[in-house]
Design a binder for this molecule. Structure first.
Ligand SMILES: Nc1ncnc2c1ncn2[C@@H]1O[C@H](COP(=O)(O)OP(=O)(O)OP(=O)(O)O)[C@@H](O)[C@H]1O
Ligand SMILES: [Mg+2]
Length: 253
């Protein structure tokens, strides 16, 4: 079983400290929810864990099975089994989703990204994998023929991300506001998809503003993040307390 330990993490963006001594431990198989007001640093945390160059770790460590990964590049982190679903997914014109997913699969799961001659799976082999995952998630076949996120609705972008998650089979996934902009049916589809992918081999961190997605995907732990730190941790009942009292009623500022 793998373990991701974030210890006394400090992160700076554009010279300003955003994460201010954050501690969080996630084991494979666990589901953690992070809630917190706008600007608390939730997205910053996800980016820093993935190794986005703009987010500078000035102190602390990110231990993946005991090895500090804070200085290794994002593609190596992905190869180790980290996955991040962005709050604002990118548009890549001209690249269809199926091809994007195949490249991602070969890059993350293959031995050598630079050696194009040694792709892990061929187009045909990948089609099989893709079909299987789409069936699992209840995604229609023509969906992957579309260009990546080009003209995708908000809900479709989120579905594409969950498909990517299913294909890459990471050990740890950070899902940043995967529920935002989803209508009631899409929220169910996406949540069902995540539940199908969840299991003993995946540790999930769900960043969300609302209790509703956590009704479908029951977290083992709920963390409240405020001003760059986790200020409270509890179980699902903490989300109920939060709905009732708001952040002011929970955090003593
Ligand atoms: N690239 C950046 N350049 C400048 N400031 C940034 C950058 N990224 C984040 N920040 C600042 O860091 C703080 C935390 O932002 P972050 O996006 O991590 O918050 P969040 O908790 O995800 O908020 P939200 O709930 O609104 O998504 C904010 O004050 C934000 O303006
Ligand atoms: Mg955010």
């Amino acid at each position: 079983m793998s373990i991701l330990e974030i210890k006394n993490l400090h992160v700076e963006v554009e010279g300003k400290e955003i994460i201010k001594g954050l501690n969080l431990t996630i084991k494979q198989g666990e589901i953690h929810a992070i809630m917190g007001p706008n600007g608390a640093g939730k997205s910053t945390l996800s980016y820093a864990v993935m190794g986005h160059p703009r987010y500078k770790i000035t102190k602390g460590s990110i231990l993946f099975d005991g090895e500090d990964i804070k200085d290794i590049p994002p593609d190596q982190r992905a190869k180790k089994g980290l996955f991040l679903a962005f709050q604002y997914p990118v548009v890549i014109p001209g690249l269809n989703l199926a091809n994007f997913l195949r490249h991602a699969y070969n890059a993350v799961k293959g031995k050598d990204i630079t050696n194009k001659g040694e792709e892990l799976v061929s187009v045909l082999q990948f089609q099989k994998i893709l079909k299987e995952k789409m069936k699992l998630l209840g995604i229609k076949e023509n969906f992957v023929e579309r260009n990546l996120n080009e003209g995708f609705s908000g809900g479709e972008k989120k579905k594409a991300e969950i498909l990517q998650l299913a294909i890459l089979e990471p050990k740890f996934a950070f899902l940043d506001e995967t529920d935002s902009g989803l209508d009631i049916d899409s929220l169910k589809t996406v949540s069902n998809g995540i539940n199908k992918i969840a299991g003993p081999n995946l540790g999930i961190v769900i960043v969300t503003h609302y209790q509703r997605i956590l009704k479908y995907i029951r977290p083992n732990y709920v963390h409240i993040m405020f001003d760059g730190k986790i200020v409270k941790t509890g179980d699902y009942s903490l989300t109920e307390e939060l709905e009732e009292k708001g952040y002011d009623g929970i955090i003593s500022r």
